[in-house]
Ligand binder design. Structure first.
Ligand SMILES: C[S@@+](CC[C@H](N)C(=O)[O-])C[C@H]1O[C@@H](n2cnc3c(N)ncnc32)[C@H](O)[C@@H]1O
Length: 183
């Protein structure tokens, strides 16, 4: 079956992750992506602004016995206060957490600050996946901000791709992928 954007986002990162690598989950939520990264990377830094996300993710990681994750109750825009080593892979799932307060959403300004800080710290060959959910209020603005930002990345330094359903109704999420080519 054709790959959904979320599956491709994981496959794209799995290709560069190994037992020596550091990964960032910029939007922890229920911890699906955090668990995926914890299974492949040496160390994971996961961020969310909601205590509920940390509780859910902590439980999920314990279920699988993962102890290589730093759960951080802070915005991803502040990641430079926590992540000191080079980053091999990072993932964003934009929007809100379906099981929680739907007014707590990622915002264009902080998302771009975080993305910029991650790209600066990304290893050559490192990759970033961004799942763009934009059906909610404010989602369109964030979608445009992210796509504009990525379109302007210099092509000698970054390879970028967009993977999007074309015949699906409503506002299906799509995937933006970035790979760093040069320091
Ligand atoms: C779509 S959900 C993420 C889903 C998650 N990846 C999972 O596997 O369940 C978006 C998450 O981003 C969080 N968020 C919003 N603003 C944030 C920020 N500035 N920094 C980090 N997380 C943020 C929300 O609290 C929410 O949990």
């Amino acid at each position: 079956m054709i790959k959904r954007p979320l599956h491709l986002s994981h496959d794209f990162l799995a290709e560069v992750l190994d037992a020596d690598s550091l990964a960032v989950d910029a939007t922890m939520g229920n911890g699906n992506d955090t668990t995926f990264l914890a299974n492949l990377a040496k160390e994971v830094y996961a961020f969310d602004v909601q205590e509920q996300a940390l509780t859910k993710t902590r439980n999920r990681l314990a279920q699988f016995g993962f102890e290589n994750v730093h759960l951080i109750l802070d915005g991803h825009q502040n990641l430079d206060n926590y992540v000191m080593e080079p980053i091999r892979a990072a993932i964003f799932n934009l929007g809100y957490l379906p099981s929680a307060d739907k007014t707590i959403i990622t915002k264009p300004k902080s998302t771009l600050v975080a993305l910029d800080k991650i790209l600066t710290r990304l290893e050559v060959g490192g990759r970033v996946s961004i799942m763009v959910y934009y059906g909610h209020q404010g989602g369109d603005m964030e979608k445009d901000a992210v796509v504009d930002y990525v379109k302007k990345l210099p092509q000698d330094f970054y390879a970028t791709m967009l993977y999007q359903p074309l015949n699906q109704i409503n506002t299906p999420p799509f995937l933006v992928m970035i790979e760093k080519l040069k320091p």
